[in-house]
Design a protein around this ligand. Sequence first.
Ligand code: BES
Ligand code: MN
Ligand code: ZN
Length: 498
Amino acid sequence: MTSISATENGVTDDVLVVGLSCDSAKKLRIHSGSIKLDEKELISALTDLGATGSYDEVVKIPGTSTKLLVFTGLGAPLQDGSFSHERLRRAAGAAARQLFGHTSATFALTHRDDAGFAAVAEGALLGSYEFIEFKGASAVKDHKPPLKKIAIHSTITRATRAKALVSRAEVISRYTALVRDLINTPPSHLTPDSFSQRFKKLAASSKASIEILNDAQLKKFGYGGTIAVGQGSASKPRLVHISYSPKKAKARLAFVGKGITFDTGGLALKPAQGMEAMKSDMSGAAAVCAAALAIAEMGLEIAVDAWAPLAENMVSDTATRPSDIITIYGGKTVEVLNPDAEGRLILADALVRAAEFGKKAGGLDLIVDVATLTGAQSVALGTRTSAVMTNNQSWSDRFLEISESTGELFWPMPLPEELRPSLDSPVADIANIGDRMGGMLVAGLFLKEFVSDDLPWLHLDIAGPAFNTGKPHGYTPVGGTGVALRTLVALAEQSAGK
Ligand code: BES
Ligand code: MN
Ligand code: ZN
């Protein structure tokens, strides 16, 4: 694990990281805060090296006062000459990814406010992630580990504030790493039960409590969606409920996350190519559980319940068949026309339960579900932008505004009522698939049936952004990204009036 601190003193580390920008006239500029460098000489050296200052470019040169000088690309500045917080976050992350094998580094990227300072800290930590749990001993011995110590240089942010921001960044990155680890862990090693046990251990030393329902209890209490999806697997389904309820809570939020530990498609078997990525189908569950623990650790004055229905969607003689009719928690029936549309079935159970529990606990202000729900999500928005659907415009606006500050890309999507009849079933209350066109929206409309109109609800489809099958970029590694955690935590911070 990487440790982090704030500093306003001279640089003592072997490595100094600074920003490099490039304006429309291709003029390079160094952005090193209050650290003085010989700009003229360095720009000429960087020009000779072919540096462009573009986003995700990292150039290392030998330093004079430090062993290594690292220039991380910031691209073109905004009109006022500054850089967005997300630009700083990504530039710090890109540099951290190029510094594996080094021990310590000081990041001195120019920023104008506390949020800019925090972004550099977050980016540096988020970029210092590795997943080597399943590498053999010799590979581990030869590999280059991420930075052990990071210092963020600032003369803008006051020391006490800097300390608090650095410690917040550390919490955020530690729980993001947990989400990434869980996503990267293959289904051979991550089952509904082992996922639950992992959080049971973590909750034991936190201010949150945890309750885990096993398959027998799920059956007994009527969680028909979760049972149906999990019944083809030898690894039985679970429902995890993490609850953080401080005395002075300003609001109560419920988070519900899709926890399919592997999605084969069931009897609607997915093609072999790309199926391996379906180990990421529990990204929503990991994000909501980790977010609840992060919020508890930060001691925010807000009550949070995280719900994670967990199942493995397998092929078997006991698997749910197309045409089977199941009963969701609370009594609604669903005709399962396609067992690959399984996420909505387990989420329906959990949404109904979360609302019921929230009501008894004094009333929910908002319920948010997070899910790798549809391939249509990435068709619509690509692999880096997630979708937000809602029954409450003002909460959606608020969420989108918060996501601007966390740097996670979200975009609003509609729930057009004319698509709803396509989910009608001749034999049950609703079918689990409808029109193929607008598949992301149809999935949202299905979930909407399980949320009461007077409960503000956000549905986040993170199918594309949850798992990076391409190259690493900015602070984002290959594999699990941890998306949604930062914005969920920031939403809780804002609701707690922090
Ligand atoms: N887990 C998948 C969605 C998914 C696809 C996530 C690709 C990440 C990357 C989901 O369970 C699924 O299979 N959805 C189907 C729904 C369809 C059968 C209505 C899909 O998108 O094809
Ligand atoms: Mn599926
Ligand atoms: Zn799925």
